[in-house]
Design a binder for this molecule. Sequence first.
Ligand code: GLU
Length: 428
Amino acid sequence: MQHYLDRICAEHVDVSDGKLADYIPELASVDPNGFALSLSSADGFIYESGDAGLEFTIQSISKPLTYALALDQIGADAVDAKIGVEPSGEAFNEISVDRTTKMPKNPMINAGAIAAVSLIPAATPDKRFALIQDFYSTFAGRRLELDEQVYASEKASGSRNRAIGYMLQSFGVLDDDPNEVLDVYFRQCSLRVTSTDLAKIGATLARGGVNPQTGRRVADAAVVKRTLSVMVTCGMYDDAGDWVSAVGMPAKSGVGGGIVAVLPGELGIGVYSPLLDGKGNSVRGVRVCRSLSEQLGLHFLTVARHSRATLRAVYEPRAGICVYEAHGDLMFSGAEHVVRAADRQRERYEVAILDVSRVDDIDDAARELLSAMGSTLRGEGKAFYLVDPDGIVIRSEPELEVIRFHTVDDAVEEAQVWLDQNRRVSLD
Ligand code: GLU
């Protein structure tokens, strides 16, 4: 897995297209070469590549989270009375509302995001911000802090957002003082995150609202489902259509250079690279997500249904031999789960046997991970056998350099022979 991420980063290391956000000096002065990729599995295992510890401001990636908080606090009906869920096809900072409803078209454009802030019930702006900060922090599993300088700049230069605020007030969408609501909005945009925080936020959404690392429920499943739906249709500014067809994961980008992408039930991805395209999306971030989706088969309309249940059983038929029995559809994240289980337990065996006789389907990313597992084990002086009666993983043996058997019993017999020989060799 680590090789995969490093390879994908290496493929895109030379990308230098795009330009830094320059509406405030703090964003215009970041290192344009900053680059980080993090991935969290649905059970909270983190992989990182590049500058994964580098902090940047969350910016618009805050929008789905505040929307989720509003849904959580006041319920979908009250939120729907103020914010639509239709893609706008307009720029994120368009000063507009829906012609008929006179409401912001969706919560991912500034108008909808500012309205969402106003729906968080709190007596003062500070209390409202505290609720927001706590909520995001629970998603990330650590305390997220405010970047005071970015906040001050956002506030000093926020005329357009103020125009949006007053427009919303005039249409009866904002009940509170627009300046107070905007102050909280500027603060939420200025919270600092790393690519790993984004991956964890993504994994929490992927898990229906439970942070897989801390085990804490942050939001309920219905709230997350609604939030992810809006991310699918409106998450990538006005590039949502291209994104869904090419990448196929609910996502949100921010002008700070971050992107969070979610594969429901499977994983969360965080990418950082601050050079942006004309629409405000990270150029390299989009390309990395595209490669990840293509190479690992992550498009949400093609991915397997049962990968969480991929590992059906693990047992030790004889000392030094472990059998990993997989079932369902073995796609990338299911295979990652199997490989990680086998890796974690590798003190337990000399021979690992992977039984895929109950696997219905497999994709190339899973094949590649299993093959890498075989060569890693062989490199450590262990053996790796595959029970694959229908040839679902390997169509011809040399393809994966894996020895294939028709039954577990045959594999165990051969493993015993291998063990006896190797023990003799080590005794000699
Ligand atoms: N603070 C920015 C704004 O509201 C956020 C923009 C973004 O990330 O899209 O203009």
